[in-house]
Write a protein that binds this ligand. Structure first.
Ligand code: AMP
Length: 191
């Protein structure tokens, strides 16, 4: 099973994805976490993307596509995956569809968390105080919101047009409330 979780920065998608991973035994694949780990370890990729990420811009499609491809092709990896933070552009979506089609798979569902922008900025600034992420400044937040709305909305349309189940879920509320809505929307029972 291949699921995708979408949500603007600060919508709680990382928290919900971790929860879905535990309850539904899907492997959580977060491209943001992978890139942050590359930066923290000072790898070649990390050096290449650090400045782009800190500014809140998207890293190049070909780089992120290669990273995801490597993980999905790993024969020891799980075939039940929840992808968080990818695809973010139409080109990434088409690359993912091709990669999955090669293995006879397709995207089974997309969850799109919706949270009003005013609530998002408060949440992100709170996270900045707690975790100190380099891209949690007001300027970078504004840029990430802009990127999200400009590019990611097109990805949702892409999946809708291809007949993939896209569930828009209200992301306002506590972690349990939002998780319950996701559980009902995707309609799979806990294992
Ligand atoms: P996230 O944790 O998903 O909000 O991602 C944090 C940052 O990592 C983004 O603002 C981008 O700079 C970069 N990033 C993560 N996933 C992608 C992607 N699929 N395409 C391009 N850039 C990405």
């Amino acid at each position: 099973m291949i699921g995708i979780i979408f949500g603007p920065p600060g919508s709680g998608k990382g928290t919900q994805a971790a929860r879905i991973e535990t309850e539904f035994r899907l492997t959580h694949l977060s491209t943001g976490d992978i890139l942050r780990s590359e930066v923290a370890r000072g790898t070649e990729i990390g050096k290449e993307v650090a400045r782009v990420m800190a500014a809140g811009d998207l890293v190049p499609d070909d780089l992120i596509i290669r990273i995801v491809q490597r993980i999905l092709r790993d024969p020891d990896g799980s075939s039940d995956v929840l992808i968080d933070g990818f695809p973010r552009t139409l080109q990434q979506a088409m690359a993912l569809d091709r990669m999955l089609a090669e293995e006879g798979h397709r995207v089974d569902f997309v969850i799109a968390l919706e949270v009003p922008e005013s609530a998002l900025v408060d949440r992100i600034l709170h996270r900045a105080a707690v975790e100190g992420r380099a891209d949690d400044t007001r300027e970078a937040i504004a840029e990430r919101m802009h990127e999200y709305h400009k590019l990611t909305a097109a990805v949702l349309d892409h999946y809708r047009k291809r007949g993939v189940r896209v569930e828009v879920v209200d992301g306002v509320g506590n972690v349990d409330e939002v998780f319950e809505r996701i559980r009902r929307a995707i309609g799979i029972s806990s294992r």
